[in-house]
Every structure is written in structure tokens, then in C-alpha cells.
Design a protein around this ligand. Sequence first.
Ligand code: DGL
Length: 257
Amino acid sequence: MDAPIGFFDSGVGGLSVWREGIKLLPGEHTIYYADNAHCPYGAKEPDEIIARSIHIVDFLLTHACKLIVVACNTATAAAIDYLRTHYPVPFVGMGPAVKPAVQHSLSGVVGVLATQGTLKGRLYHEILSQFATDVQIIEQPGDGLVELAEAGQTNSDEARALLQQYIQPMLDAGADHLVLGCTHYPFFIPAIARIAGQRMTIIDPAPAVAQRIKSLLIQHNLLNTSGDTARHAFFSSGNLHAVREMAARIMRQTTIN
Ligand code: DGL
């Protein structure tokens, strides 16, 4: 029960999920792995992402993680089926939150911003055929955004110009909801909100994913009830500094809020 929860992503993006996880489950130890030597995953072949995921999960299991969050939509799309069939621990994955967007859309037009890998994956197409039969979906690959988030440039001129290019056509088509289908993108929410104003609700699935982590821990009787102060460890295949910086920023905001 007092083993850590493992999180991984191609870089800092999964910290947007980790942030919600530690808010909801403040008694849990965590280990976060950023594969930023191999980032971005977005345009990589599924086989390569599966190989990276196996490597990372093996690493997390050497640290005895009791549950693993694939805090990356692209890695979930490529690897979650493999991971679930080959490892004994429970996994939580990410998928574009099309369902709540469709349920709440008044205009019947919903934008989805995600990586190419996620937009091409089977999981996303299953979600569309289940929940998006009566709405117009405007898909946009967020090329370049992951690199900007890794560089800490979530509000730079370049970021704002790219976002304008990606979001404006959605607004012009009447989209009233925007699904963030990549865990790096929530860090752009302030910049997106400046472009979209009140016209669009931005959907970040991370709070729902944190709830899912909690219910799986309860279901498997794995909640940490020791009362120890939570410890958070960070590892990276590349630049650990970027991960530490972002995590520290999140910790400060989480404490202040
Ligand atoms: N955070 C990853 C995701 O959710 C980014 C993928 C990438 O590295 O391109 O899809």
C-alpha cells in the first residue's frame, strides 16, 4: 500500500496529470519518468513507442510501483493494450475526452487538439464512433506544441502564433468545446483562453484521470493509509532539469491554491 504510483510521459506533459493526482491523493508517494531523450512521441511509429513504454515500465517496476499511469495520450494509444496484457500491475491510460465535450456542446461543433499518433490511433476512433456520431469534430494535430512545452515556452510569441493558427479555424466553425488530447497541452490553457475568450470551454481530462487512479487504488485495496509524508521522485532519460523545474512550479501553485 505504501509503494509509489508510477507516472510516465515523453516529457513534462504527464506532470499535468501528476498534478491532479497529488492534489486528489496527497498521501501517495509517486515516481515520475520523463522520456525526454526520445521526445516527442507524436510522430513515432507505434512499435517504437511500445518499446520505450516497456523499458520505462520495467524501470518503474524496479521501484515497486503499485499502479502505473501512462500519462501520455500517444503512448496510451500505442502501448496500453500491450502493457495490460504483459504486466500484472493496474494501468491507467489517457484518451481524448470527447464524451463530456459532446454532451455539453450547444453548437454541435467540437475541436480536438492532439498529436498525430493519437489522432491516428484506434482508441481515438473508437471514442469517436461511440460518442461523436451526431456532432462535427474538427481535428487539429498540435505539431510543435510539445517541443515548446518542453522548452518552458507555453506563453511565448511562437506558442501564441501556433495556437492562433490551430484554434482560430475551430472558432470560425463554431466550436464551443476544445478537447486537449495531449498531456502537454494543459500548460497552454492560459494562452488558449486568451485566444478563445468565453467562446470555448477547454477540456483537460486530468481531473477525471485522477479520480480513476483513486477508484482503482480503492478497488485493489492499494490506498496508502500509512500517514507518512508523500515523497515524489523524478527520473528522466534526458534533461532532468526541465522536469524538476516544471514539477517545482506545480508544487508551488498546488501549495498556494
Ligand atoms: N504528452 C504526450 C501526449 O499526451 C505528448 C506526445 C509527444 O511526445 O508528442 O500525447
